[in-house]
Design a protein around this ligand. Structure first.
Ligand SMILES: Nc1ncnc2c1ncn2[C@@H]1O[C@H](COP(=O)(O)OP(=O)(O)O)[C@@H](O)[C@H]1O
Ligand SMILES: [Mg+2]
Length: 225
């Protein structure tokens, strides 16, 4: 469904070129459950942003369902993202001035044409499934980290995406809470066929997924470290 062909991404700091991702070719199929494993600074997040169409490659080609997305306009890219991809981050990235309910509903507000579901009842379903319905009128800074990450996952799912990209989703959580979040991501893949891509520097986290991609100095590697 998503394929990267010889994709590189450089950042320029003045004269200096930082090659965050270097000549990566990978194919991600529908309903896959995979992890991207590498040490800090190895280029994992940059690779995830490229797969998630948040960044455009410096060189190389990215296709989504066979369609070249490397050169689409920002507007087209953001509507593709909103429709196909849900993001989950280490620091949850909820909006503190909005309630739990409002945070989950947010992606539906950007859609001009009619949705094929009722946003409020879908939000209710998701919050109940994740055990945080009682927290619906709370603000994010009044609930625990594990609860915030559940809200973030609900928000990532509200548009019925085909892919969930999770960047170190357990990084700010204790082991037990982190495991519960990984259980949720695993169930999404197993029970609902959502493609889940887990970015992590922890081998034990990556070991839970069906396929592992190792990355070192921005390039694919055969093993971790
Ligand atoms: N926006 C940016 N500007 C400049 N350098 C960046 C930027 N984002 C990432 N980098 C650099 O690219 C490399 C890979 O970063 P990143 O993808 O965040 O790695 P990881 O997620 O594995 O820690 C690092 O050297 C980082 O400093
Ligand atoms: Mg990172």
């Amino acid at each position: 469904m998503i394929s990267l062909s010889h994709v590189s991404k450089s950042y320029f700091l003045g004269e200096e070129e930082v090659k965050a991702v270097s000549d990566i070719s990978i194919e991600i199929k529908q309903k896959e459950y995979l992890s991207i494993l590498g040490t800090s600074g190895s280029g994992k997040s940059t690779l995830m942003y490229l797969i998630g169409l948040l960044e455009t490659p410096t060189t190389g080609k990215i296709t989504l369902d066979g369609k070249d997305v490397s050169k689409l306009s920002d507007d087209t890219l953001s509507s593709l993202r909103n429709r196909y991809i849900g993001f989950v981050f280490q620091s949850f990235n909820l909006i503190n001035k909005f309630t739990v309910m409002e945070n989950v509903l947010l992606p539906t507000r950007y859609v001009k044409k009619g949705l094929d579901f009722n946003p409020v009842s879908r939000t209710e379903d998701l919050l109940k499934r994740f055990g945080i319905w009682e927290r619906r009128n709370f603000f994010p800074n009044k609930i625990s980290g594990g609860q915030q990450q559940r809200v973030a996952i609900a928000r990532a799912l509200i548009m019925k995406p085909e892919i969930i990209l999770a960047d170190e989703p357990t990084g700010n959580l204790d082991t037990k809470t982190g495991d519960e979040i990984l259980d949720i991501l695993e169930d999404l893949n197993k029970d609902f066929g959502v493609t889940v891509i887990l970015v992590t520097h922890e081998k034990v986290v990556a070991d839970r997924t069906k396929r592992k991609i190792y990355i070192k100095d921005g390039a694919l590697a055969k093993k971790y470290l």
